[in-house]
Unconditional design. Structure first.
Length: 149
């Protein structure tokens, strides 16, 4: 491939993969050679490397992980989280109740379809209760429940 061919085919789509080390050896060599001849792609590569360095320095939260965990255990946070879950569950149960009622009274649905659909949902409900029961039993004796990674 001649020098003039390399400059006509920009490698912008490969630059991110090049910076992250995700390219094959052949692709990486193509990017290096192209950037040697193409000032536009070389500048774009330099800007992406600078951006990656800046992003790598940023932190998502000024709190450290330990402080964040302690903050999440505060009574106010736990109370609002609990209230949120209760409201969510009550809302889902209310919508589910309406859906079941409408399903049962809808005369346009044949009886055998209602029975089969009900069996599927009852089966899923029984499985959910079984898994929840098992998790609650295991929670009492789980020696790793307080381990933080």
């Amino acid at each position: 491939m001649s020098s003039s061919n390399r400059t006509t085919e920009h490698v912008g789509a490969l630059l991110s993969g090049y910076i992250d080390g995700e390219l094959t050896q052949q692709q990486a060599q193509r990017v290096r050679l192209h950037c040697d001849d193409c000032p536009d792609c070389a500048e774009q590569l330099q800007q992406l490397e600078k951006l990656r360095g800046e992003v790598g320095k940023t932190r998502l939260s000024p709190l450290g992980e330990d402080a964040w965990r302690e903050h999440m255990k505060e009574p106010g946070v736990e109370a609002t989280r609990g209230i949120g879950w209760i409201l969510f569950i009550v809302g889902v149960l209310g919508l589910s109740g309406i859906a079941v009622y409408e399903f049962v009274i809808d005369s346009g649905i044949e009886t055998h379809i209602k029975v089969i659909t009900s069996l599927v949902w009852i089966g899923l409900g029984v499985l959910l209760v079984s898994v929840l029961r098992q998790r609650l039993i295991e929670r009492k004796s789980d020696k790793f429940k307080d381990v933080e990674i």
